[in-house]
Design a protein around this ligand. Sequence first.
Ligand SMILES: [Zn+2]
Length: 448
Amino acid sequence: MPERNRRTVRDLRRGNRSGLLRHLYFEGPLSRQELSQDTGLSPASVSNVVGELVEAGIVVEAGAVESDGGRPRILLKVDPGRAHLVGVDVGETRVRVELFDLGLTELARADHPLPPGDYAVEPIVGHILAGLDAVVADSGVDPATIIGVGVGVPGTVEQGPEVLVHGQTIGWDAVPLERLLAQGTQLPLFIDNGATTLGQAELWFGAGRGARNAVVALVGSGVGASIVTDGAPYRGASSSAGEWGHTVVQVGGRACRCGAAGCLEAYVGAEGVIERYGKVTAPDEETALAVLIKAADTSREARAVLDETALYLGAGIGDLINLFNPERIILGGWAGLMLGARLLPQIREAAASYALRHPFAQATIDLCRLGPDAVAMGAATLPLAHFFECGGLENGGLETRGTGAGGSRASRGSRAGGPEPGDPARNGAPKASTSPRGRPAEAAAGRP
Ligand SMILES: [Zn+2]
């Protein structure tokens, strides 16, 4: 079976390259010797892999350090300018498109506000495509260096043969978003739930760094959570897991946007908080919530609404602790950060009173570090994960210099295939190309 053998060797090499690239990205600059020690690859393998990555311009030298008595050791790092990523946040109030370098430094951004309550699919697709054109033009980057476009959406993303978005609260019913976007761009597309992508960004770059079991709890107009167990996102049978906002905190309680009653979202989502106070007229929810929080300095009623909000949030977090036994709970989202800045001690106290003592003692509750606008950045981690997965080259990564345009750019159907990165033992598995598109994020999460 010479064909099988060739494939296995190639996959093994890609697995090695993927593991090394990921390690260097998060831990670099590092010397070849350190890379060999850290990854367990032989010095010869490291040399080969580094050679390939240097030739492709993905890895560059970053100075040298003295070594004991020997020659100075050359340090290596991933060149952030070698490739680019686009992240799209389809939010509840706007569509935001951001272009980043490989180090996730933002180079350009385009914002399109959405009319309140209007989530019509066609205009949103138009905003995303127009935003893509705008950020490419503004940044001046060569589109050929863009690895892909990650899109974070407020809904469940079904990663089947065709990517479908089910956004019940925004009226999206099996929207074929990838197909619609592909009519206007040739860039590879990666679509996932916005909370999941933000969770991945916090896990890789923010408050979750190093955690294997964490929940990123996101509070905006809506409420969701990204659950990471043993380093990988927990998705459930059809990727809808993490709908924390629609767990019930009050049977027969306030009406929720999902149609049920008494959901957590109806109490702690920005809309729910503002409605319970009921005394603010402001142009948008962010302003209204800011007004309410400010009013709590002097108004007993405003304070009571916030106290109650802390209680509900704490109870909801207690549920997360009891269900998932996370080491970290990270509270974010724009409303989560506004509320948390004032209420975090109260929220912790409430969580303590609702969670079981033992798992509560294992968990920390903190705020997201990447800020409320990190969904676009989170979305950009989807193509970044894919870049790691293919070891920076071939099948959707960058081409090796000199192979010419179009040589190894992935066909859309095959780019998501491939073994998990950093796990050479799995790389002999021959039937990689059938894996769904959700795979890159899944394979990559929690392994910074
Ligand atoms: Zn609900």
